[in-house]
Design a protein around this ligand. Structure first.
Ligand code: SF4
Length: 388
């Protein structure tokens, strides 16, 4: 059962919008209802399975019970919007070198001590600057900023899945693709509802022991592994995996080897794996930055195990490049998040012709990305102060 943490009456967001958005993925906590049940609801969007009393919110802060109904407080209220390189998500095999319209709300369903976006992920919806941006406007803003894709990122997008789905539907109509940057902590009941609309994902695999997940993220490892298997076996979503390596907590060579072996056995050799460097933040300020040598060793280990595409992130390194696993030809040369050289030809190695897995074509199959002049004026009036 999740922790009930905040009184809905305190949330300013409620004053700002008269029509709260009813959530999906909930049920009355007691089918019989009545005074004993006290209007409690059960949210089954993520494996926390919060039981939430009237006037309270779930662990993630942005799903709240009002009068026996669950509402999504983050709906149409992004706390952050920005244009990023797609490589920052990180995604190295999805539209490389393009810009992605990136957005997040408040709250999170994990409790990671090392969170590097804690200013919004640990904020209640009323503690972050929040504009009203309906789904259609998100898509128009992406188009206006020259982005072929939209990423749900910065905080955990699963917890605002209703908004994600509506943006995805509007995006698909206009030829814009969508990306989940997620901790993978989602239930079976909600998984397809969300991921059937998504084109690409980066899933954090934050460690490979239950001890690490339990103590440092306040969640469990098994549901994240299940999500990765569902993505592989039941969807066409292009996905990559990130493992943030934290000195002394999840950097044991045996843990890295076990993680790589699991990926090879359950997902195959072609799912890209990113080892990224930690910097002290939030409640983990007593740990040092990850030494580059730790990332180099982890990358060598994963390649030895048999993974084809293993990257290093948050440092300058040759581990950022993509090389052909068959003949070693340099395919994409990167510096941090910049693509400096692109040698792939129609998704194939130009030397040996090996097909490199990923989504490389930049043009969408259908949908108009045109913005009418009148809509452009309205967008400018509403959002130009955001300085995207
Ligand atoms: S999404 Fe939020 S309210 Fe729902 S179960 Fe997870 S933490 Fe609890």
């Amino acid at each position: 059962m999740g922790r009930a943490v905040t009184l809905m009456q305190d949330l300013k967001i409620r004053d700002e919008t008269s029509d709260l958005h009813e959530a999906r993925w909930w049920e009355p906590a007691s089918p019989a209802g009545g005074s004993e049940a006290g209007n409690r609801v059960h949210c089954y969007l993520c494996p926390r399975h919060c039981h939430i009393g009237d006037g309270q919110a779930g662990f993630c802060f942005i799903r709240a019970n009002e009068g026996g109904k669950l509402y999504s407080l983050g709906y149409a209220h992004p706390a952050a919007m920005q244009v990023d390189p797609i490589e920052k998500k990180p995604l190295n095999h999805f539209l490389p070198g393009t810009r992605v319209f990136s957005m997040g709300t408040a709250g999170c369903n994990m409790g990671c001590f090392f969170c590097q976006n804690w200013d919004i992920s640990k904020s209640r919806a009323d503690q972050v600057r929040s504009s009203y941006v309906p789904p259609e406007d998100v898509v128009s803003l992406a188009i206006r900023n020259g982005c072929p894709s939209i990423a749900f990122t910065y905080n955990e997008p699963t917890i605002w899945g209703e908004y994600v789905i509506d943006i995805c539907q509007a995006a698909r109509e206009r030829g814009i693709r969508t990306v989940m940057v997620s901790n993978g902590y989602i239930t079976r009941e909600a998984f397809h509802d969300i991921y059937d609309h998504i084109d690409a994902a980066n899933i954090d695999l934050k460690g490979f022991t239950e001890n690490f997940y339990g103590r440092i993220t306040l969640t469990h490892l098994a549901p994240v592994l299940e999500t990765l298997e569902w993505l592989k076996n039941e969807t066409s979503v292009w996905f990559e995996i990130t493992n943030l390596i934290i000195p002394t907590l999840n950097d044991a060579p045996g843990e890295t080897r076990a993680l790589a072996r699991w990926i090879l056995e359950h997902l195959g050799p072609d799912v890209p794996l990113h080892f990224t460097a930690f910097h002290p933040d939030f409640k983990l300020r007593d740990k040092p930055r990850t030494p580059p040598e730790t990332l180099h060793t982890a990358r060598r280990t994963a390649i030895e195990v048999g993974l084809h595409y293993v990257y290093e992130g948050n440092i300058y390194s040759d581990g950022a490049h993509t090389s052909c696993p068959a003949c070693g030809t340099m395919l994409i040369r990167r510096s941090w998040h910049d693509v400096e050289e692109m040698h792939l030809k129609n998704g194939e190695c130009p030397k040996c012709g090996l097909a490199i897995p990923g989504r490389w074509a930049k043009s969408a199959e259908k949908g108009s990305r045109r913005i009418a002049r009148s809509a452009e004026t309205a967008l400018a009036a509403r959002y130009d102060d955001l300085n995207l």
